[in-house]
Design a protein around this ligand. Sequence first.
Ligand SMILES: NC(=O)C1=CN([C@@H]2O[C@H](COP(=O)(O)OP(=O)(O)OC[C@H]3O[C@@H](n4cnc5c(N)ncnc54)[C@H](O)[C@@H]3O)[C@@H](O)[C@H]2O)C=CC1
Ligand SMILES: O=C(O)C(=O)COP(=O)(O)O
Length: 637
Amino acid sequence: MAAAVKGAVAGGAVTAAVVAAPQRGDLAGPPRACPVSSVASFQSLSGSCVLSISSSARSSKKSGRGRIVCSVAAPSSTNTRSPSTEVVGKPTVLVAEKLGEAGLELLKKIANVDCSYNLSQEELCAKISLCDALIVRSGTKVTREVFEASNGRLKVVGRAGVGIDNVDLQAATEVGCLVVNAPTANTIAAAEHGIALLTALARNVAQANASMKAGEWKRSKYVGVSLVDKTLAVMGFGKVGSEVARRARGLGMHVVAHDPYAPADRARAIGVELVSFDEALQRADFISLHMPLTPSTDKIFNDESFGKCKKGVRIVNVARGGVIDEDALIRALDSGIVAQAALDVFTVEPPEKDSKLVQHEQVVLTPHLGASTVEAQEGVAVEIAEAVVGALQGELAATAVNAPMVPSEVLVELAPYVGLADRLGRLAVQLVSGGAGVKDVKVTYTSARADDDLDTRLLRAMITKGLIEPVSSAIINLVNADFIAKQRGVRISEERRPSDSGAVELPLETIEVRISHVDSKFKTATSGGDIVLVGSVKGGVPHLVQVGDFSVDVSLEGSIILCKQVDQPGMIGKVGNLLGEQNVNISFMSVGRDAPRKLAVMAIGVDDVPTKETLAKIGGISAIEEFVFLKLDFMQF
Ligand SMILES: NC(=O)C1=CN([C@@H]2O[C@H](COP(=O)(O)OP(=O)(O)OC[C@H]3O[C@@H](n4cnc5c(N)ncnc54)[C@H](O)[C@@H]3O)[C@@H](O)[C@H]2O)C=CC1
Ligand SMILES: O=C(O)C(=O)COP(=O)(O)O
């Protein structure tokens, strides 16, 4: 994608749009569909956000399809999508698990929505290459195979809930697919379910209910234990954990919490003592689990940890089944270390109905209902639909889980430099003629601001995009830029160069891209043996201001002809005439020279692509020693 950044100030709010240029490989014919995804816009949002640099043409680039119009497989009996409502030109969102109506309505405003539930992995893989977004809950495994089967088309996976352990984040990142979740809307529901299980456990509600339904009346068998003055250990003091702690304090419990990353002041504010893992186990009468399933929490409750607990401890798990070694739990229940367990989540869902855990008398079960309240499901549906719609429109995703979170105000400020960074990378790589390929790139940012006052991750991603996309089939965005650079052995180092201009109102004055250890097609673009291009933003438009040691000034739009020549009268006229004869419009011309009548570099911006013959004629002008034509827009070829 060649991107032009257009900046504007509208109604006091700065907005800018990165406009995707058409791609090589696009077919002629019907207009390219999915216009929403070809525009990455910056919006002034509150909080931390991430820019999704998207291109509608990514699917067409790989697959050769010219438009993103889907004919999705016939709906199964559980499908609710009506194929007749599919609209050409809209992206397609596959909703693979039940989603609240309000969320579906939001999606339908901009997308064809295909609600296909209970898909097998094979069915999901078969459909996914026709979808721009996928929305799941915890019941769908979004594996590497799914990302690979998407063939580059899937731009965003929305997890309508918190836990993203069912999504292969590494695979998503590698293919540049954004993953967003809905981290807040089900917090209270999960916390309330935790408390429901805690109280039910203490008073044998489930067992007594089953007994009565079986016609019994056993009052002495179901004597419970009190919660007041007991100690609850909250393991994982995040959003759900702290809400559980707050409620447990209201029930008169002492609450300790273990969370290596929790801020002490939040704990103190709720009257919770933060303790080590072992101390939490040693002090707890009740344990409530609220940590994510990660490699470091996988089976963190095992024989060894149960061995550290008080005999008769009661455990509630509304987090993830995998944090408990279920065989170890059965042993701990059988030995009496654990008196009772209440489980909403399981290592494999649904668990085997005849498993010892499911059938254990001291185990109370719910089928992953933590988030299942009417209110939470409506909230989650809206939260995820907004995130997915935003991502499809190239907006900032505040809940991205596999991309750097760049504060929105930083993004707004950097917007004009995003296109500059992409174009400098794109031009620099076209000057490389050989050698071992691009391995060493140094980017120098000149700024009058303090050293720590520039977040360059977005710019680095765009330079990477510019450097790699023209010479590969990779699609690069903020999600996968660092991964792809590393995978290709491209080392991008960054440096800040202070400026004493005093222009602190600008985040940046110039960006210099230097490629070392390569040969150049245009020797004049080298300085000290390296290819060096410097750019800046003028009036919101990216400009090339230096080529090697020569100063130029050419707007980075369309394409550029660089000529090295002996400075002499009439050169501009000669080149201009040749281009004029071919009806090639010149947008800019700029000459940088050492001294009068010595060597000069002429940079000519052209809106149209000159023919090979015209270029050859320019190259044939006797005073021109070197000559290179650089393209910013690949559709022209
Ligand atoms: N059963 C259900 O339907 C639901 C389950 N959940 C699950 O509950 C869990 C918590 O969700 P939230 O509170 O929203 O997430 P969160 O991200 O706000 O909190 C998780 C906390 O766990 C902490 N943590 C990470 N590693 C830890 C470790 N080794 N030991 C102790 N703490 C550790 C983190 O620092 C963080 O504070 C997640 O696993 C989520 O998937 C959430 C909602 C509904
Ligand atoms: O949000 C979470 O982490 C949950 O576990 C909720 O899962 P669900 O969306 O109900 O399948």
